[in-house]
Design a protein around this ligand. Structure first.
Ligand SMILES: [Zn+2]
Length: 67
């Protein structure tokens, strides 16, 4: 069901967190820590995390091309 606790990945800092957890400030997309910071800052972190993920994927691709 929808209230089942699941592991989610924070789209802001990239860490895994349980959701939903009672008394936790976490949201569907943000861990408790990131849910507590200002939306403006969250936006910046989300952009950086997206870039980081892209770079990681790119590095993996290059590694496969050049073993
Ligand atoms: Zn987070």
């Amino acid at each position: 069901m929808s209230d089942e606790i699941k592991k989610r990945v924070c789209r802001c800092c990239g860490r895994r967190f349980d959701y939903p957890v009672a008394k936790s400030g976490a949201t569907r997309f943000h861990c408790p820590d990131c849910a507590a910071i200002k939306p403006e800052l969250r936006k910046i972190f989300e952009q950086l995390t997206r870039r980081l993920k892209r770079h990681e994927a790119e590095i993996e691709k290059l590694k496969k091309q050049h073993p």
